[in-house]
Design a protein around this ligand. Structure first.
Ligand SMILES: *[C@@H]1O[C@H](CO)[C@@H](O)[C@H](O)[C@H]1NC(C)=O
Ligand SMILES: *[C@@H]1O[C@H](CO)[C@@H](O)[C@H](O)[C@H]1NC(C)=O
Ligand SMILES: *[C@@H]1O[C@H](CO)[C@@H](O)[C@H](O)[C@H]1NC(C)=O
Ligand SMILES: *[C@@H]1O[C@H](CO)[C@@H](O)[C@H](O)[C@H]1NC(C)=O
Length: 473
C-alpha cells in the first residue's frame, strides 16, 4: 500500500493536481505555532483576538481532527520527514541542547524534496531538530536560509536559554540566536539584537526573505513561531489588548496569541505586496497542545502538552489558498502531521517520493495509531529511552484509546464519539478491545528505535563564545 487513507483524504481537499503541467507549483507557507491551546483561537473562543487567522480560516478548510505528537521535536521530525517519530529515533521528549543528537542524518527532509521540483526554502523561528554538528543545521537539511533559534525556546529579550529550556542557575546557559545563508553561519549579537524582543526580529526577517525571493520560483517558507511558548513574556502593547483578563500571566499569554496572529497577518500582507498571495498555499497548525502551566487553554479537551489525552495531541489547524477545491468549512477527517510530507511533495509540488520512503511513510494505517509518552523520570529508564515503551495511545476506528499510565498498570479506553472529552474510562468493560489494541501496540513497539544519547558537557556554550553552537558531536 503506498498511500494511507489520510493522504487520500488530503488529496481530496487539495486539488492542485488539476494544475496545468506547465504551471509552477504554489508557494507553500507553512506556519507552526508553538504550544497554542485548543481553545486559544477565535473560532473556538470568541474572546481571543485573532482576526487575521479568522480571516484566513473563513476561506480555509479548518482541520478539526488534526493530530500531532504531544511535544515539539517529535511533531517537527514527523513534519520534516513524513515518518512516525518512533521509527526515526525521535519518539522521546524533545531534543535537548546538551545531548548529541538531532533529526537523524540521512533522512530526506521536506525542503530537500521540494528542492527537486525547484523550490527555494526559508525558515524563520525555532528549529529544535538538532545542532550539535553542522550537518544537523537547517541549511544542511535543505533550507537555503535560516534565522532563529536552534533550541526549543529562549528568553525573548536576551535570547538566552539553558540546558533545559529557559535559564536555570547551575545549568549550562548560552545565547541562542543564529542566521544561516550561503554566506555562512552567524552568531547574532550586538545592539541590533540584544534586548530586542525576538518576534520583532522575526517579523523583520520574514518580510525581508519574502521580499528577496524571486517570485518566478516556488517558495517554501517554514515560519516556526515561538508564540505561544513560555516564557510568558510579551510587550505591553499586546497584553494591554486583554484588560478584562484578570490573571496577568494569562493576559500575557493572550497577548502572545494576538502577536502571533498579527505576524500571520503580516505574512499575508507581504505575500500580497509581492503579488505572491494568489499563488500561495498557507498551512497553519500548532505543534502540540497548549501548556496549561503557562496558562494555555485546551478546554474542553482533557490533558495538555506532553500528554496524549486529546488536549495534548489535537492541534488547531487549517489549510488555505491555491488549489483548495472547496473552502469555508470544517473538515472532521482524521489527519496526522506525518501526512503533510507526502501530500505536499506529491499533490502540491508535483514531486515524487521514492518507493522506499512511501512505504516507510505508510508502514502503518495511520488512522489507527499515535503515541503517548510522559516524562522519562516517571518511567522505568531501562524501558523508556524510547517512550513508546512507556506510554502509548492507539486509535482504533477513531474511537478507543488504551494507554498505560506512567506506573504501567492503568489502561484508558475512551469512546471518543460518545465521550470526546475522555471522561469515562471504559477499559474494564471492554477487555477484548483492550487486548487487541495492546497487541497492536506491541507490534509498533517492535519497530521503534531510539536516538537519545546522554548529555555531553562538551555542549557548554562557554566553548563557543557564549552561544549554543555546533561543533561538539
Ligand atoms: C535573560 O533574562 C532572564 C529573564 O529576564 C534572566 O532570568 C536570565 O538570567 C537572563 N540571562 C542572561 C544570560 O542574561
Ligand atoms: C508579561 O511580560 C512582560 C514583558 O516581558 C514581563 O515584564 C512581565 O513580567 C510579564 N508578566 C507576567 C505576569 O508574567
Ligand atoms: C484500523 O486498522 C484496522 C485493522 O488493522 C482496519 O480494519 C481499520 O479499517 C483501521 N481503521 C481506520 C480508521 O483506518
Ligand atoms: C497508577 O497511576 C494512576 C494515576 O497516575 C493512579 O490513579 C493509580 O492508582 C496508579 N495505580 C497503581 C497500581 O499504582
Amino acid at each position: 500500500m503506498s498511500y494511507c487513507n489520510i493522504h487520500i483524504e488530503l488529496l481530496l481537499i487539495i486539488g492542485v493536481s488539476l494544475l496545468a503541467a506547465t504551471e509552477n507549483p504554489p508557494h507553500i507557507i507553512y506556519i507552526v505555532a508553538d504550544d497554542l491551546g485548543w481553545n486559544d483561537i477565535s473560532w473556538h473562543d470568541s474572546s481571543m483576538i485573532t482576526p487575521n487567522l479568522q480571516n484566513i480560516a473563513d476561506e480555509s478548510v479548518i482541520l478539526e481532527n488534526f493530530y500531532v505528537q504531544s511535544l515539539c521535536s517529535p511533531t517537527r521530525s514527523s513534519l520534516m520527514t513524513g515518518y512516525y517519530p518512533s521509527n526515526i529515533g525521535s519518539q522521546h521528549k524533545v531534543i535537548d541542547p546538551n545531548r548529541p543528537h538531532g533529526l537523524p542524518l540521512g533522512l530526506t527532509t521536506l525542503p530537500e524534496k521540494l528542492k527537486e521540483t525547484g523550490y527555494i526554502s526559508y525558515a524563520v523561528g525555532k528549529w529544535h531538530l538538532g545542532f550539535c554538528n553542522k550537518d544537523y543545521l537547517p541549511t544542511s537539511r535543505g533550507f537555503d536560509k535560516f534565522f532563529g533559534i536552534y533550541g526549543g525556546c529562549h528568553y525573548y529579550y536576551n535570547h538566552s536559554s539553558s540546558e533545559h529550556g529557559t535559564y536555570k542557575p547551575g545549568l549550562y546557559s548560552g545565547i541562542d540566536l543564529h542566521e544561516e545563508s550561503s554566506n555562512g553561519i552567524f552568531k547574532l549579537k550586538g545592539a541590533e539584537y540584544d534586548g530586542v524582543y525576538t518576534s520583532n526580529l522575526y517579523r523583520k526577517k520574514i518580510a525581508e526573505y519574502i521580499a528577496e525571493h524571486d517570485p518566478r520560483k516556488p517558495m517554501f517558507f517554514y515560519v516556526a513561531l515561538q508564540q505561544t511558548h513560555s516564557p510568558v513574556m510579551v510587550e505591553s502593547e499586546w497584553s494591554n489588548l486583554y484588560p478584562n483578563v484578570p490573571d496577568l500571566v494569562r493576559r500575557n499569554y493572550s497577548g502572545q496569541v494576538t502577536l502571533m496572529d498579527t505576524m500571520v497577518g503580516e505574512v499575508v500582507n507581504k505575500l500580497k505586496e509581492m503579488e505572491m498571495y494568489e499563488d500561495s498555499l498557507i498551512i497553519f497548525h500548532s505543534d502540540n497542545g497548549g501548556d496549561v502551566k503557562t496558562y494555555a487553554s485546551n478546554w474542553p479537551l482533557r490533558g495538555d502538552k506532553g500528554t496524549y489525552f486529546e488536549g495534548g495531541i489535537k492541534a488547531i489547524a487549517l489549510i488555505h489558498g491555491k488549489g483548495i477545491r472547496k473552502t469555508g468549512y470544517v473538515n472532521k477527517g482524521l489527519f496526522h502531521v506525518s501526512d503533510m510530507f507526502p501530500t505536499l511533495i506529491e499533490s502540491v509540488a508535483g514531486g515524487q517520493i521514492a518507493d522506499e520512503q512511501k512505504i516507510s511513510g505508510s508502514l502503518y494505517t495511520k488512522h489507527n495509531m499515535t503515541r503517548k509518552f510522559n516524562n522519562p523520570e516517571t518511567c522505568n529508564p531501562s524501558k523508556c529511552l524510547n517512550f513508546i515503551h512507556c506510554n502509548a495511545h492507539i486509535y482504533l476506528n477513531y474511537v478507543e484509546i488504551p494507554a498505560p499510565e506512567p506506573n504501567g498498570t492503568d489502561i484508558y479506553l475512551f469512546n471518543l464519539d460518545a465521550d470526546p472529552y475522555e471522561e469515562v474510562n471504559i477499559a474494564a468493560s471492554h477487555p477484548i478491545i483492550v487486548k487487541q489494541l495492546m497487541d497492536k501496540l506491541d507490534k509498533y513497539r517492535k519497530t521503534a528505535w531510539t536516538f537519545f544519547p546522554p548529555a555531553d558537557p562538551a555542549c557548554n556554550p562557554v566553548n563557543f563564545e557564549g552561544f549554543w553552537s555546533p561543533g561538539w558531536c
